[in-house]
Design a protein around this ligand. Structure first.
Ligand code: 1GP
Length: 259
């Protein structure tokens, strides 16, 4: 099975202290904006582009993916809300199971529907335990998946879920507060889960500043995902600050060189 993108991202995150994944939601941006964002991402120091949404409403999704893929040399990784978002125009897919929920559709059914396409398109499948964490509001992913999140004051429950994913052989944990969440995943929960597991953790949802990115990395996230913050036209200018906050070791080295 292919694993080169996973290995490359993990190696880079190890060297630079973390990795920055930019989420592009195909339902929220027009094609020219998607392309412009992808073009600027590489220059800004983004490690990879995630593409996905809770509920796809874009009829030209596959054509848009093709244009997006040809506009960047960064890895393009699918972050699908369902099997209908498996596209041949990507390098890899976060092959996720919504392990915090008890809805068989998102635990295994969509995966069964999507698996033949992942194989046919020769996508690198990165097995990921996807955990929804309570964020202070009712999010799209909760509504669409019909699942309840893990309470934000129950890190022990989050640890048990993450460990189960690791023992099932999953390669990553994604702790998700939900797109546009009021509150991101709590730092103490990130700390406790990252101490409990040996696989890399992605953290996303409701992260709105470089300082918040730094806090998630310091707490133990290997990768931080930001999407909503860069959906407004012209918001790209601060992309580099977010990427730098995800790469504390690279930043420290540069500072030393300058000194
Ligand atoms: C959502 O974790 C991602 O699935 C990113 O969330 O859009 O809130 O940055 P935001």
């Amino acid at each position: 099975m292919k694993d080169s993108i996973y290995k490359r991202l993990c190696a880079s995150a190890g060297e630079r202290g973390g990795g920055f994944l930019l989420l592009v939601d195909p339902d929220k941006s027009e094609l020219p904006e998607l392309l412009s964002l992808a073009e600027q991402a590489e220059e800004a120091g983004v490690d990879a582009i995630l593409v996905g949404t809770s509920f796809l409403m874009r009829p030209d999704f596959h054509e848009s993916m093709k244009r997006l893929k040809s506009s960047t040399s960064l890895p393009v990784i699918l972050f699908p809300g369902s099997a209908s978002q498996v596209s041949p125009e990507a390098d890899a897919i976060l092959f996720m199971s919504l392990i915090s929920g008890r809805n068989a559709t998102y635990l295994i059914e969509e995966q069964v529907k999507g698996a033949p396409f992942v194989k046919a398109y020769d996508l690198e499948a990165i097995s990921t335990g996807y955990m929804l964490i309570e964020s202070g509001s009712y999010t799209s992913v909760e509504y669409v998946s019909g699942t309840r999140p893990i309470p934000r004051n129950k890190p022990d429950l989050a640890c048990a879920h993450a460990l189960a994913a690791q023992y099932l052989g999953m390669k990553m944990i994604y702790m998700e507060a939900g797109s546009g969440a009021n509150h991101s995943v709590p730092d103490d929960m990130i700390q406790q889960v990252s101490a409990a597991i040996d696989i890399p953790m992605i953290v996303g949802g409701g992260i709105v500043s470089p300082d918040e990115v730094s806090q998630k990395i310091t707490a133990g996230a290997a990768f931080v995902v930001v999407g909503t913050r860069f959906e407004a036209p012209g918001s790209f200018e601060r992309l580099r600050e977010y990427a730098d906050a995800c790469h504390p070791k690279a930043h420290a080295d540069t500072t030393q060189i300058i000194r």
